[in-house]
Design a protein. Structure first.
Length: 72
């Protein structure tokens, strides 16, 4: 299984923007996600077209199962 964390933030302009991270652990907790989002906001290292990330809007963990076929 592959897991992706999508974190949605509000920017200075009041618009939503999403930051996705693939390859996260499946047992990720709400507290860990909140702490990560707080760190992203406080460090202010991401630049968007609509300004700085200023507030958390939401987050979701997506699970995806991939089946690969050998077709030689």
């Amino acid at each position: 299984m592959e897991y992706t964390l999508a974190m949605t933030f509000l920017t200075d302009a009041g618009l939503k923007t999403t930051l996705s991270i693939s390859g996260v652990k499946s047992a990720l907790t709400k507290d860990e996600v909140n702490a990560l989002m707080d760190t992203v906001i406080s460090k202010n290292i991401f630049e968007t077209n609509s300004g700085d990330l200023v507030k958390k809007s939401g987050a979701q963990l997506t699970q995806r199962q991939v089946t690969k076929f050998d077709v030689a």
